[in-house]
Design a protein around this ligand. Structure first.
Ligand code: GLN
Length: 519
């Protein structure tokens, strides 16, 4: 008999059980916290847990369901939030010492939207400080570990959110993506992650990193949950001047396992030097799967790809240097004590409060924007950005979506790249352009590479055409069963169901701890 703990289900499966009255939201939330208590000492996905408030929200949700109110698919479902999303009354740190004790007076629009849907906020997840990084090693507090192999990074910067979903410490999570920070950790942790088209999800209350690139999006166990979370968070918001006022679709209508006749572009520049052979072979298999389903491969070219990383590392630090000027020790956040004057106080505050990578970005950005260099660096980067936009426009004339690896390698070892920023930056080589050109991208599990680590497949869509990539991702997931495979912990072999636990010598993830099973 297989038995699955409630925290291991998807949101849509739990919703079915909730509305039938078979389980309560309180049961789910308690299962989630039991799991957190068991595995958090090893995974370290969360900066803050909001246990008391979550239990109260769960009871509210149960009351709504009991009264027969019109409840939505996220009512009573646990959600983890990346800790750069402001939560009223709950510490929001950006994993930075400078905001270690910052309690926002308001919530991000996405948080309000989720709460309106009756979702239960269970905690705030770890990230690279201010979302700058690809491994969570730049967190000012601690490094999160990959549930598939604790000696490896979960990716970043939304590594806490991805690891929490992969380890069944939450049902769904939100992350933010400025150059790949949802998709790359989704790929490394074997979960689904979507970066929406710029302007689709309000950035109000997302602590700004690079405002022309930042987007919030879901990290989930399958594509259906991704569509469900998108329905909750997408939409116009007058509080964000870059939010686009248009009709957003019901994303679940694209959950049809049908891609016959769709043309998918294979960008030749994304399959060259630097792509590991194990990842390449998983992607080649994915291409075959799409062909077998009747989709048509077309070769496309994105000729300016080689300049994308350099462009990003001018645009993003330039915007960051301006956005992070607000941390001056005066208005909020950390303040160095006992300083003789305000200039010294601000200088010391920033020296002590920011970590090395954040300082590196501020210096790079300030330099790129400074008089005499502006034209050579920042302005030039903006021009190249336009060329990248044109590359994508030309490619999308030939295809309906673009297919590529999410990252050139599987998750790397903790410590492997931390002293070599360039090699760390290169892990985002295939994700970064989507932010520069504002198109949507999804990463979905597509098998395993070296050392049985998950590989992510990236699908990029036309502006505001999340529908096509959700449809293609769903069809692929249905064809491959990708969403069913979950990590064991402590380096155990992955398995598809915890029901096997105890039966094999290695033990399943269920053997990490006890807890009640839902049978
Ligand atoms: N890894 C990239 C960086 O360090 C992207 C980060 C992100 O998307 N937030 O900037």
């Amino acid at each position: 008999m297989t038995s699955t703990l409630l925290n291991e289900f998807t949101a849509h499966a739990l919703h079915d059980m909730l509305i039938k009255g078979e389980i309560s939201s309180l049961d789910i939330v308690q299962a989630v916290y039991r799991r957190i208590d068991e595995v958090e000492p090893e995974i370290r996905a969360f900066v803050t847990l909001t246990r008391d408030e979550a239990l109260r929200q769960a009871m509210d949700a149960d009351e709504r369901i009991r009264r027969g109110e019109d409840v939505g698919p996220l009512t009573g479902i646990p959600v983890a939030l990346k800790d750069n999303l402001c939560t009223r009354g709950i510490r929001t740190t950006c994993s930075s010492k400078i905001l270690e004790n910052f309690i926002p007076p308001y919530s991000a629009t996405v948080v309000e939207r989720l709460e309106r849907c009756g979702a239960v906020i269970i905690g705030k997840t770890n990230l690279d400080e201010f979302a700058m990084g690809s491994s969570t090693e730049n967190s000012g507090f601690f490094t999160t570990r990959n549930p598939w192999d604790l000696s490896r990074v979960p990716g970043g910067s939304s590594g806490g959110s991805a690891a929490a979903v992969a380890a069944d410490e939450t049902i769904v999570a939100l992350g933010s993506d400025t150059g790949g920070s949802i998709r790359q950790p989704a790929s490394y942790c074997g979960v689904v992650g979507l970066k929406p088209t710029y302007g689709t999800v309000s950035r109000y209350g997302l602590v700004a990193f690079a405002s022309s690139l930042d987007q919030i999006g879901p990290l989930t166990k399958d594509v259906r949950d991704c569509a469900i979370v998108m329905n909750a968070i997408a939409g116009y918001d007058p509080c964000d001047s870059t939010s686009v006022d248009r009709q957003y679709p019901d994303y679940t209508t694209f959950l049809v396992p049908e891609v016959k006749g769709l043309r998918f572009g294979i960008p030749r520049e994304y399959f060259g030097k630097g792509l590991d052979a194990d990842v390449r072979s998983a992607i080649d298999n994915a291409i075959k799967t799409f062909e077998e389903m009747g989709a048509i491969p077309v070769e496309v070219s994105l000729p300016h790809s080689e300049y994308a990383l350099a462009t990003y590392y001018l645009v993003a630090p330039a915007e960051a240097s301006s956005n992070l000027a607000r941390y001056d020790g005066v208005k909020y956040g950390y303040r160095a004590q006992g300083q003789p004057d305000s200039v010294t106080m601000t200088r010391r505050t920033r020296r002590e409060g920011f970590g090395a990578e954040v300082k590196r970005r501020i210096m790079l950005g300030t330099y790129a924007l400074s008089s005499g260099y502006y034209d050579a660096y920042y302005l030039k980067a903006l021009k190249v950005r336009t060329l990248l936009v044109r590359d994508f426009e030309a490619a999308f004339e030939k295809c309906d979506f673009i297919l590529s690896p999410t990252s050139p390698t599987v998750a790397f070892k903790i410590g492997e790249k931390i002293d070599d920023p360039l090699s760390m930056y290169l892990t985002d080589i295939y994700t970064i352009t989507a932010n520069l050109v504002a198109v949507p991208g999804i990463s979905i599990p597509c098998g395993f590479g070296r050392d049985e680590m998950p590989v992510g497949l990236q699908l990029l869509g036309k502006h505001f055409d999340e529908g096509t990539i959700i449809r293609a991702a769903y069809a692929f997931e249905q064809a491959t069963g990708g969403a069913g495979i979950r990590p064991g912990l402590k380096g155990r072999r992955p398995e598809s169901k915890c029901g096997d636990r105890g039966n094999d010598g290695n033990g399943g993830r269920g053997s990490v701890g006890g807890g009640t099973c839902y049978e």
